[in-house]
Design a protein around this ligand. Sequence first.
Ligand code: KIV
Length: 263
Amino acid sequence: MNYKINKILNKKNKSKIVCLTAYSKNIAKILDKFCDIILVGDSMANVLYAEKNTHNLTIENTIQHTLSVRRGVKKNLLVVDMPKGTYKNITMAKKNAKLIKSSTKCDAVKIESNSNNFNIIKELVSLKIPVMGHIGYTPQFKNKFKIEGDSEKEKNKLIKEAIEIEKAGAFSIVLECITSRTARLITERIKIPTIGIGASSYCDGQVLVTDDMLGLSGFYPKFVKKFTNLNRVIEKAVKKYSREVKKNKFPSKKNFLNGSKYR
Ligand code: KIV
């Protein structure tokens, strides 16, 4: 198996896995210094394109953003979300996963579980395309938000789903918006790492949407911690720029280009 995937698998029960999303190079380059996994999430539909869900994101769009992210990620694992509708059946999943992998040189793809598409994971893994699973609140298949895993029935269903995904050959599973008890039980039950978002600290790793944790997106549910307020930082800088342009303070003499010196 690929050494980058092995590195992630070996972290189980040893050290926490750090994951964030990226949709472009400059952010990806920073994440690559501190994250084990960089995910080109289909959350880009909400975050970048102001869509109300992730359902209309195209494979072309995903590939385009991944090409940018690829330029920033040199060391760590680059995972790409397969957009909704691109893995409806095995033939389609194989064709599209191959296309994403060969055109972007990503390391792995992520597919959301509909409790029934385990055979797709198996087929992709047999083509040597590493797969990350995704259970709990899976925005591609659910129209209404709901926290998952509170009842016994839901808990058992999620545990079963995680076991099937592990059996199919996935190297990790995202647990999205799952109650802490169920997240803990899943994490204890399977050998592959679980990466939580809104699924407590009982997971092997954590993922957040970068624009949310940077305070840029305006989307701050309880499970998101705003590690800074980039909105405020950017606003201050743009306001200052605007003021200086209007007052003719920028550009100043030190920004003038005279002669051949560019930097
Ligand atoms: O699309 C995304 O960003 C994701 C994460 C929330 C896990 O799937």
